[in-house]
Design a protein around this ligand. Structure first.
Ligand SMILES: [Zn+2]
Length: 481
């Protein structure tokens, strides 16, 4: 097949992008306007000096704190977000109702009663049902990981408390967590199918702190709903050591919880209306809710601060994007993706240039990835060049954006962009009482703001549309609440 030189160069550039090489494209009608590139540089420099993201996280965690979906604090966070976005000068600031079923934690206790009685540091997993008032007292059936439980066709788990000692590997991206988290989500289902009375897992986390990590778990129709908890990593090690003695290990577990509570939360939305194509949306998001155990500084106060501050830089610079830049602060990412599902339904007919979400804490951005139609790759290449001075390398065209954005990408086949953050220490604190403001380095947050501002601005100005995606829509993007 005949290939023109320019097409070949574009193909080469696309290939270079995949390989992380830098190949510059020739100038053509498909190029960004020079003034837009100059503005991107100015946004980048302004972002590196902006303290707004940190100020916003500080305000959110100080004035609101923990904000589990459907709680009074969640509603206060919605009011806080609306007030902040209005104060910052955005247009079309609104809170869109998201009905949901809330879950509420009660008291929880667990201890080993035999062979060596010891208290355990633990917490209920989100959605867990309660135990009977007097608790559950049973022998532990130990499994090294979820696969070991799944492979067990015996009746060893029957009438017992299943314990899953799933380890979480420390990785720069979220891959280690992604591999481990199924143990949390599927534990009660797999244990109940084998007749277990309850399930306890090693916390899905990379720390050595004596704090348990919560997070959503799931039940299935037709399978008994059994209580599910996580113990701290050192307590999991303790249980593992007890298995060496060859004697039955017994545990007493008592927890209170209430689920299925009818509640309403809100997606909070703000815009900078586009000057030429206002109906096309550049969507930069984060989630407003957090787990109940901590104030959610990293998860996802940081993301709220980053995307809001990034958009605000455009207003401060007096820039008017060609497409509409929309900030979306999603409701209930942590326990059901109700906000993302509501947004996907409400805006399904609207063209989205891309969807993106900041939801891996406050580590430095090290990589820029896309999931766009092949014809848009020259624009992606140019955005990558504008991000390079921030220490950000180009990645693949198989981006997996944050969890809400990944859901939108899957449901509505919208293009997606991803700024991959260094999450090496994120899962030390994720979903624990330790997710506090002191874990955020303001300088790293500023680099994130600069990167999001550059990416959103250039996507809004791009001469190339990023979609529509080819009919065989992207399958990937594992959601990781
Ligand atoms: Zn999150």
């Amino acid at each position: 097949m005949h290939t023109t030189p320019s097409r070949r160069r574009i193909a080469l550039a696309a290939a270079g992008l995949m390989l992380g090489l830098s190949i510059s494209l020739p100038l053509s009608a498909q190029s960004f306007e020079a003034k837009d590139l100059v503005a991107a540089e100015a946004l980048r420099e302004a972002g590196l000096k902006s303290g707004l993201a940190y100020e916003l996280v500080d305000s959110l965690v100080t004035e609101i704190g923990p904000r589990p979906a459907g709680s009074l604090n969640d509603q206060r966070a919605v009011d806080w977000a609306v007030a902040q976005l209005q104060r910052l000068g955005f247009a079309n600031v609104r809170a869109e109702a998201v009905p949901l079923r809330a879950w509420k934690r009660g008291d929880a206790h667990a201890h080993v009663t035999a062979p060596f009685p010891q208290p355990l540091v633990m917490t209920a997993l989100g959605n867990s049902v309660a135990t009977p008032k007097e608790g559950i007292h049973a022998e532990i059936a130990y499994y090294a990981d979820l696969d070991a439980l799944k492979a067990d066709a015996s009746d060893r788990a029957h009438g017992r408390i299943v314990f899953i000692d799933q380890k979480t590997e420390r990785t720069r991206d979220a891959r280690g967590y992604g591999r481990a988290v199924a143990a949390r989500i599927q534990a009660p289902l797999e244990a109940a199918k084998r007749g277990a009375l309850a399930v306890a897992i090693r916390s899905i986390g990379t720390d050595r702190d004596r704090l348990a990590h919560t997070g959503a778990t799931r039940y299935a129709e037709g399978v008994t709903r059994i209580p599910a908890v996580a113990v701290s990593v050192p307590d999991a090690d303790l249980i593992a050591r007890m298995t060496r003695y060859g004697q039955p290990i017994k545990m007493h577990l008592a927890l209170q919880a209430e689920g299925g509570i009818a509640a309403v939360s809100h997606n909070v939305i703000a815009e900078i209306p586009g000057s030429e194509r206002p109906e096309e949306i550049v969507m930069i998001g984060a989630h407003l809710d957090s787990w109940d155990l901590g104030p959610g500084a990293l998860d996802d106060g940081a993301g709220v601060g980053i995307v809001t501050a990034a958009a605000r830089l455009m207003l401060e610079a007096g820039l008017r994007p060609r497409r509409t830049v929309r900030v979306v602060l999603f409701a209930n990412e942590e326990n059901g993706f109700d906000g993302a599902n509501a947004y996907a339904e409400k805006y399904k007919s609207q063209v989205h240039q891309f969807v993106g979400e900041s939801d891996l804490g406050a580590g430095l951005v090290y990589r820029f990835q896309s999931r766009v139609r092949a014809e848009a790759l020259p624009a992606i290449q140019r955005i990558a060049e504008a991000l390079a001075p921030l220490g950000i390398a180009p990645g693949s065209n198989e981006a997996t954006p944050g969890p809400d954005a990944a859901l939108l990408m899957r449901r509505n086949a919208w293009p997606a962009l991803e700024l991959s953050q260094d999450g090496s220490d994120y899962f030390d604190w994720h979903h624990t009482p330790n997710d506090t403001l002191d874990k955020i380095d303001p300088a790293k947050l500023r680099q994130n703001v600069a990167a999001w501002a550059v990416m959103a601005w250039l996507a809004a100005q791009s001469p190339l549309a990023f979609g529509p995606m080819p009919a065989a829509a992207p399958a990937a993007g594992a959601a990781r609440p």
